[in-house]
Design a protein around this ligand. Structure first.
Ligand code: 13P
Length: 284
């Protein structure tokens, strides 16, 4: 299927009540597993590439690899720049053919976040790409006790409408109690805050830091109005576990070892698609 922005799929998800996953990747084997899962479950999906790829040589190599596989797939797949660190990275991603970009100005003062998001929106819309921004800040799991329990950095509902209106952004990542990476402590979702934000704006809402949430928490987030869920760390953890278990066998080879990464991604992504309610959505 030709690569297209995920925004149309996101509208369908919003109307029906499921979430589209954004699975991140930085290498070949996990990417294959993600695409196998999406095809097997007949689900639309987003493949996320982190902004750090632009600090490495030849970022177009991985981008083209993901693009070729996604275009050959029988389900709608979009490619998003995840946590775009600057206006420049977003432009580089658009130039490389990403269908969507996330600009992450969540650590900046509000006025700066608004100003740069607005510029990214203008550039992305000019070439038909969608834009995600972050309001409030989703921190890292190892600091979770210091902010999660105290609701520090959570999205302030009073500024959500202004942010969406002034920037023209298409999807909004919000901070309601998740964190990136492994959690120190148990994640608690502020579902009342989600409900409040959902009441104030109509655009799709995004949950980052999916690893470590229970299936019930995912379902509650989707029921509460989240349409896009980002997951990476758990895919890496499961890949590691599978590789370590496989390494104990006698007939281990480089091929059989790297296949474990593909299988870990495939199995967990397929499972999450069931939890998110996305199975079969590509045919709806
Ligand atoms: P996790 O690695 O915690 O699942 O978060 C992924 C994410 O939000 C990427 O944007």
């Amino acid at each position: 299927m030709p690569l297209v922005t995920i925004l149309d799929e996101m509208k369908k998800a919003q109307a029906v009540g499921y979430a589209i996953p954004c699975f991140d990747t930085f290498e070949m084997h996990g990417t294959l597993g993600i695409i196998e899962a999406l095809e097997g479950q007949r689900a639309p999906g987003i493949i996320g590439l982190y902004t750090s790829m632009f600090s490495r040589p030849n970022p177009e190599a991985l981008t083209n690899y993901v693009k070729v596989l996604s275009e050959a797939s029988a389900v709608p797949i979009s490619i998003i720049l995840d946590h775009g660190a600057s206006f420049e990275h977003c432009i580089m991603a658009l130039n490389a053919g990403f269908t969507d970009v996330m600009y992450d100005g969540s650590k900046l003062p509000l006025a700066e976040n608004i100003a740069t998001t607005k510029m990214v929106v203008r550039a992305a819309h000019a070439v038909g790409a969608g834009v995600e921004a972050e309001l409030g800040h989703v921190g890292t799991g190892r600091d979770y006790r210091a902010f999660g329990g105290q609701q520090k950095g959570f999205t302030e509902p009073d500024i959500v409408e202004r942010f969406v209106e002034e920037t023209g952004v298409d999807m909004l990542a919000i901070a309601i109690g998740t964190a990136h990476g492994l959690y120190d402590g148990d994640p608690v979702l502020a579902l009342d805050l989600l409900a409040e934000i959902r009441r104030r704006v109509e655009i799709p809402l995004v949950l980052h830091g999916g690893s470590g949430l229970s299936d019930d928490q995912f379902r509650a987030a989707v029921a509460g109005g989240i349409q896009k869920i980002n997951v990476f760390t758990n895919l890496a953890v499961l890949s590691r576990e599978r590789m370590l278990a496989h390494a104990a066998h006698d007939d281990v080879s480089l091929h059989s070892m790297t296949a474990e990464i593909r299988l870990a991604f495939r199995d967990e992504c397929a499972r999450l698609l069931e939890v998110f309610g996305t199975v079969g959505a590509a045919d709806a």
